[in-house]
Design a protein around this ligand. Structure first.
Ligand code: ACO
Ligand code: LMR
Length: 617
């Protein structure tokens, strides 16, 4: 049944000004339990957001609510949204309201901010009245039409809403100033009667956009409302307007009313209660005077607040007796899905994790590398070096100094080998094609492989295998020859017995001075004697030296053979080259950029063209 006098219907949609995620989620949770078809929020306005939408739960599913940077844009895209929930701060709320009033789309504007200057409040209210727009607030939690639409946080949590029967229409029209007491009253009405048909907290400021009389005159016409409850406050004269309306017959439905603040008389000076408007400026503005005047006008006024529930019960029961109020068929309420994070925190659910991380943890106050906070390793005074950081993150151990110094020696040794090597060349060509640092870097890194820089794991694997299987160096060379595999770690394009690789010399010297023992290196040097006897460039190269010395290092550190084999199999040793050589590649890339080098094209005369005409098949 359509009801033109209801504040909101099940089709009402609002534009929410400010991406107040919690409040919006509460509205959508409400929509879900009352089984609304469309979410009550059509769009969000968030002027500084670059996001196009925000996701919210609608029951167990998720919905996307569009975000716009201006109310104008939101209105253009959602012409049916006739309610604006203005959640701007007190500094911005006035401008947002005035702007919205000029757009001529909103029927209701609710303003939540407290502390809007009274001059601004009056200007807003005047303009709204001229335009026939209903303003609720400022300084309010809003309004609710149970079973149809609920503004933001009014009514509290979903449990509270269901307990207070705010999820389906009852027959009371409730008006209050305060939001907190609104919830209290809704609860009292649910317990002593059948709940509310519509409720508005008009807000606690002195100049609110709509007052009790505006809402109660509408409720008088709303057939769903059978009686009204008014919770007034000390201060202001709004209750007298209700008295007038009752006297003149504009309001005929029963009213139960109470003005809080009767205690004010026990204080010698004027008392300002919590709300800006809650202070009596004349005798008629005291709670006692207003209660008495309402009582005289035939409004049901209890003796005190404690008696209010009994009065409500009495009026409700007599309306039931007269057949004005029909019994309500309680709707079934779908269970509200619990938030996952909350359920986890309460230990109610468990879920297998998709990823495991055993090296670092960023959840605490400070991220840790293998349990050590970054601040405890970052600066030189901590005594931690880059080598320590590598061993913490790669091996979850802190190595002795001789080992971390070796790792650093490796990194420094392989950092670069000039522009002509495969990877640096590729990185340079890529940078000259206009690609970024990261693109050029990965191009260089992708060149690292079994022939260039990536022979370290292979060297460790085969030399260890030969040594462990007690192959003589000759047997090993023959074994590899039979397999048809060049021995990883042997051979170099430009280095040879006569032009030794100083890097290899440096690593060997370091190891002989600092390693407890280097048995695999000793074996590799015997193999080298065999290969260089065949060809003088078949030296133990830098990759081979690193791979073999890493195995000697891990054995000296007490790693098991199984652990070392796992390091080799997972590509750990090549990673040292990848890490070190990244330094050089980046240098070459920055060099290209600094020099502003043009795109590279390889010269024709450096390519042997031998292109025969394709054979026809
Ligand atoms: N083991 C056994 N024999 C070898 C090896 C090797 N590692 N490398 C070359 N040979 C032999 C070849 O079989 C060939 O023999 P042949 O003349 O009897 O046919 C001869 O030496 C020349 O071979 P080329 O491939 O022409 O050697 P080149 O000097 O061009 O190769 C390279 C250099 C690519 C490094 C090669 O030695 C190789 O593949 N080595 C193994 C991979 C490796 O360790 N790469 C890392 C190099 S260091 C770095 O990149 C940081
Ligand atoms: C390197 O370190 O890149 C090399 O040893 C390879 C090369 O060709 O110099």
């Amino acid at each position: 049944m359509s009801n033109n006098h209801a504040l909101f219907t099940r089709d009402t949609q609002a534009i929410f000004w400010n991406n107040n995620k919690k409040a919006i989620q509460r509205m959508l949770d409400y929509d879900y339990i009352i089984k609304r078809e469309k979410p009550s929020i059509a769009a969000i306005v968030a002027p500084t957001s670059s996001a196009k939408f925000e996701k919210f739960f609608f029951g167990t599913e998720e919905v996307m609510i569009p975000i716009y940077r201006s109310t104008k844009e939101a209105v253009k895209n959602h012409p049916n949204a006739d309610v604006l929930l203005n959640f701007a701060s007190f500094r911005t709320a006035y401008d947002v309201t005035m702007d919205a009033l000029n757009l001529d789309q909103f029927r209701v504007i609710m303003i939540t901010a407290e502390g809007i200057p009274e001059r601004h409040a009056r200007l807003m209210n005047k303009k709204a009245r001229e335009k026939g727009v209903l303003i609720i607030g400022p300084a309010t939690v809003g309004a609710i039409t149970p079973g149809a639409f609920k503004v933001a946080n009014i009514g509290g949590t979903i449990e509270n809403i269901v307990n207070s029967k705010l999820h389906r229409p009852g027959s009371c029209g409730l008006v209050t100033r305060s939001g907190g007491l609104f919830n209290e009253l809704a609860n009292i009405i649910a317990r002593n009667a059948d709940g509310i048909a519509e409720g508005v907290a008009i807000g606690g400021d002195r100049f609110v956009g709509s007052t009790f009389i505006d809402h109660m005159l509408r409720m008088e016409k709303n057939p769903q409302v059978k009686y009204m409850v008014l919770l007034g406050e000390v201060g202001g004269r709004e209750e007298y307007k209700i008295i007038e309306a009752v006297k003149s017959g504009k309001i005929t439905k029963p009213i139960i009313a109470w003005c809080i603040g009767t205690i004010a008389k026990y204080f010698s000076s004027g008392v300002q209660f919590g709300h800006a408007g809650a202070s009596a400026n004349a005798d008629e503005e005291t709670a006692d005077a207003k209660n008495e005047a309402m009582r005289k006008a035939g409004i049901h006024v209890p003796k005190n607040f404690n008696e209010l529930p009994h009065v409500i019960k009495g009026v409700y029961e007599s309306l039931r007796g007269e057949g004005v109020i029909e019994p309500i068929q309680e709707p079934e309420v779908p269970p509200m899905p619990e938030d996952f994070a909350k359920a986890v925190a309460q230990g109610k659910v468990r879920r297998p994790r998709h990823f495991v991380c055993t090296i670092s943890d960023d959840r605490g106050e400070e991220a840790v590398y293998a349990g050590v906070p970054i601040s405890a390793v970052a600066t030189p005074d901590t005594g931690y070096s880059i080598g320590d950081v590598i061993t913490l993150l790669w091996f979850k151990k802190r190595y002795p100094r001789w080992a971390t110094d070796f790792i650093e020696t490796v990194i420094k040794t392989v950092a670069d080998h000039g522009p002509a090597v495969s990877g640096a060349h590729n990185a340079k060509v890529t940078a000259r094609a206009g690609k970024s640092v990261v693109e050029s870097l990965v191009t260089g890194l992708l060149t690292i492989g079994p022939r260039f820089g990536g022979a370290i794991d292979g060297a460790a694997y085969y030399f260890k295998y030969a040594y462990d299987n007690k192959m003589s160096p000759k047997e090993f060379v023959n074994y590899m020859k039979k397999k048809g595999i060049p021995i990883p770690g042997i051979g170099h394009r430009i280095k040879s017995v006569r032009n030794p690789d100083k890097r290899v010399e440096g690593l060997k010297n370091y190891a002989s001075k600092h390693f407890p023992a280097t048995p695999l290196l000793a074996y590799a040097l015997e193999v080298e004697k065999e290969t260089t006897a065949k060809k003088e460039n078949l030296i133990l190269n830098v990759d081979g030296t690193i791979g073999i010395l890493m195995v000697d290092m891990w054995r000296a550190l007490g790693y098991s053979e199984k652990e070392i084999d796992e390091f080799i199999a997972s590509g750990t040793l090549n990673a040292f080259f990848i890490l070190g050589r990244s330094i050089g590649f980046i240098g070459h890339i920055l060099d290209e950029k600094r020099l502003g080098m043009p795109m590279y094209r390889h010269p024709w005369d450096d390519i042997l063209y031998k292109v025969d005409k394709a054979e026809e098949l």
